[in-house]
Design a protein around this ligand. Structure first.
Ligand code: AMP
Length: 253
């Protein structure tokens, strides 16, 4: 049976309007609503379904981040993960934590936990990197199936449907494997109140990258973070002639 390690990241909630810090070093996070990265909810849901179908024996959720990452882990536990690992990275170290660091951490934990499926979201909606699955597969030297919209299980082998540009690609891959969840893989469940209560009793192990022997010193320096350009207001024209006139005036016709 499979042992599934799932990466869950705490990110600024998708509905929040992001504001850049006045000194342009990043975005404002204090007092801002955070949630589990939406693609990671899909990843957890898929892992829990594997357990329900008796394909997986254990689902382990991992989050690298400050103390509040434990809230995200509690959500994963309430959705059905069996146990959780909090890799504590905070302050300036967290601000410069990049996919290569998370990948090394996930790879090391996959070995320690004897996982044969590492499942992550296709991308974190805060940094939009879309690198962690690919790099984790690279570090472990395992095959990968990214952007999964369907995962079917055979013995020692998976058939994975991937959302690629212009269509769907179906591939067969052998386990151990790294997978990333795309939007259409499933619809994640809501954690129910009884399950939220039960999750409080499930174990969260706390460790640091140092305990795993992983150096998280920055590889990339952020020079500046800027707001996107403000969209100019549109104008309503009375008729087609006015539109054509305007287009000519702007050099489009
Ligand atoms: P990214 O490559 O940063 O776009 O992230 C892709 C996926 O990697 C996310 O959807 C998560 O599943 C996982 N991941 C990224 N950062 C973290 C983190 N700090 N803790 C746990 N999982 C993470």
């Amino acid at each position: 049976m499979a042992r599934v390690l799932v990466g869950v990241k705490r990110v600024i909630d998708y509905a929040v309007k992001i504001r850049v810090k006045p000194d342009h070093t990043g975005v404002l996070t204090e007092g801002v609503k955070h949630s589990m990265n939406p693609f990671d909810e899909i990843a957890i849901e898929e892992a829990v379904r594997m357990k329900e179908k008796k394909i997986a024996e254990e689902v382990i959720a991992v989050s690298c981040g400050p103390a509040q990452a434990q809230e995200t882990l509690r959500t994963a536990l309430a959705m059905g993960a069996d146990k959780a690992i909090h890799v504590e990275v905070s302050g300036p170290e967290y601000e410069t934590l990049q996919p290569i660091h998370v990948s090394k951490i996930l790879a090391k934990l996959a070995e320690e936990e004897k996982a044969n499926i590492v499942l992550v979201g296709k991308q974190a909606i805060d940094d939009d990197c879309n690198q962690t699955a690919q790099m984790t597969a690279g570090v472990l030297d395992w095959p990968s199936g990214t952007f999964c919209s369907k995962i079917e299980h055979g013995s020692g082998e998976l058939t994975v449907t991937r959302e690629v540009d212009g269509g769907l690609e179906t591939i067969k891959i052998k386990t151990p494997v790294v997978l990333s969840a795309d939007l259409r893989l499933n619809e994640p469940r809501y954690a129910t109140l009884p399950n939220i209560m039960k999750a409080k009793k499930k174990p969260i192990k706390k460790i640091t990258p140092k305990d795993l022997g992983i150096d998280v010193s920055p590889r990339v320096e952020i020079l500046s973070v800027e707001d996107p350009p403000v969209r100019e207001a549109g104008s309503i024209l009375p008729d087609v002639d006015a539109l054509v006139g305007k287009l000519k005036e702007k050099g489009f016709a």
